[in-house]
Design a binder for this molecule. Structure first.
Ligand code: SF4
Length: 468
């Protein structure tokens, strides 16, 4: 998904930039990067964070410790090396972004045919920030170029451009990823995640609207482009990807998860002895379920985190599975003979849940296991952010493939929780996962827990439908 930070301070910005960038570490596991400008020269550092965390990599970096300046941008990237320093026709900019361009190959081929050269193509893919820079460069002005870029890309992209004028903060045209402005005694920061500045003393000033562009300068914040009318914020940020202390469009993530758990309990009639959340993001749903139902919440699976990075996007499935196996340790006395309800943010691939977590609970003597994901079955790979890319990655699609011997195109009946086909699919899922019952949260219930108008949220990965 990636997370970005831009900052302008009265003195050196390095320390606040470092911590604010680090607080985006839950959004990417590929690269961490920082660019700092003293007004005349911009320097950058990028490190791989696949095996070692952002903090460790930058604290060890002697060169980084000597970078100085009062303007900076930082990024935790899930795919591309960034920030890049690009010379555009409007000036030189350090650039970073959060998003994914689904038609990147087609756009890159078109540009290459026009004579444009791409500097690096790791794994045969262009660097998306370089692609964005080359599209923006086609405009008559920077703003015009940004508008043009959005007419060309399928996907989403929020951007920061650090140049002589200051820092341009550009929220994705349909706002799939957030950008929020905050201030502290005249210092200014713009971030993907509001949790990233709370310990640094900044206070929220403004949530940028979809497509809005602002220019941060030492003296002022100037609006370059007004927000558009269509907002399609990624709902999966609330469900899983966002950090619980963050707010999107002023709505807190932890509050959403707790309320969502309450709604699951309101619609449930199963008799169990305890509720357990799969850490980390399943925990708040368990608390909500417990508060609503009066059934005690316990922690029969304990997560041993010291020394382990987050297991969503490490390098390979084998590594992810190994980490999942090693991280969770059972407290057997809480499990033996118990009917357990498990809350989980979502079932994406389902491999860790099926092969490790549920097996551990059965082996420890659980009597019944009831799984309650806090969102509907994920049916479509996301084409707006860098998360799932293939149908085969999705548990629900693999189950449908198992039922029909191939991927099917007409899946509408399997999206309707009141249909017979849907309930048949759930029965196959229960058997495949080896659980007593499985009940997904309904889409309308999940969306209502956000407190936002449903038309402001992207739900493509559940419905296959999008406004834009
Ligand atoms: S498709 Fe899903 S993960 Fe992708 S932006 Fe939309 S809600 Fe988020």
């Amino acid at each position: 998904m990636s997370g970005i930070v831009g900052i302008i301070t009265k003195k050196d910005c390095k320390e606040d930039l470092f911590y604010a960038t680090d607080y985006h570490s839950h959004l990417g596991t590929s690269y961490g990067g920082i660019a700092i400008s003293d007004g005349a020269v911009t320097n950058k550092k990028i490190h791989s964070i696949a095996r070692s965390q952002f903090k460790a990599r930058f604290i060890e970096d002697f060169d980084y410790l000597h970078m100085q300046g009062n303007r900076g941008i930082g990024v935790i990237s899930d795919r591309d090396t960034q920030p890049l320093i690009m010379r555009l026709r409007f000036g030189e900019y350090a650039m970073c972004g959060a998003g994914y361009i689904d038609n990147q190959d087609k756009l890159a081929s078109q540009l290459i045919d026009e004579g444009v050269v791409f500097s690096e193509m790791p794994n045969g893919k262009v660097n998306q920030i370089e692609l964005v820079a080359k599209l923006i460069n086609k405009g008559k002005t920077l703003k015009d170029g940004i508008d043009y870029m959005y007419t060309q890309i399928d996907g989403s992209m929020s951007l920061l451009l650090l140049g002589k004028e200051g820092i341009y903060a550009v929220r994705d045209k349909y706002g799939r990823t957030p950008l929020v402005l905050a201030q502290k005694n005249g210092d200014k920061i713009v971030v993907s995640e509001t949790c990233s500045y709370k310990n640094l003393g900044f206070e929220t000033k403004k949530y940028l609207g979809p497509g809005e562009i602002v220019l941060l300068h030492e003296k002022e914040i100037q609006q370059i482009k007004k927000p558009g009318n269509v907002l399609q914020l990624c709902a999966f940020l609330f469900v899983y990807a966002g950090f619980p202390a963050s707010e999107y469009e002023e709505k807190n993530v932890e509050e959403f998860r707790e309320l969502s758990g309450r709604i699951i309990a309101q619609k449930d009639s199963v008799k169990v002895d305890l509720v357990a959340g799969i850490a980390d993001s399943g925990t708040a749903y368990a608390h909500g379920y417990s508060h609503e139902s009066g059934i005690p919440v316990k922690i029969p699976l304990l997560k041993y985190t010291p020394g382990w990075a987050r297991s969503y996007v490490p390098p390979s499935q084998e590594t992810r599975d190994l980490i999942a196996l090693m991280k969770q340790i059972t407290a057997d006395v809480l499990i033996k003979g118990q009917r357990i309800l498990i809350t989980e943010d979502s079932i994406v691939r389902g491999t860790q849940l099926k092969n490790f977590l549920l097996v551990k609970l059965w082996n420890a003597g659980a009597k019944e296991l009831h799984v309650r994901p806090a969102c509907p079955a994920l049916m479509y790979p996301c084409k707006f952010l860098y998360s799932t890319r293939e149908l085969d990655e999705l548990f629900a699609r693999r189950i449908l493939k198992q039922m029909f011997g191939k991927h099917i195109h007409e899946i509408n009946p399997y999206l309707d929780p009141d249909s017979k086909d849907y309930n048949k699919m759930i029965q196959v899922m229960e058997k495949d996962l080896n659980v007593t019952t499985l009940r997904y949260q309904r889409l309308e219930d999940m969306l209502s827990a956000t407190g936002l108008p449903k038309e402001h949220l992207c739900t493509y990965c559940w419905t296959g439908k999008t406004i834009y």
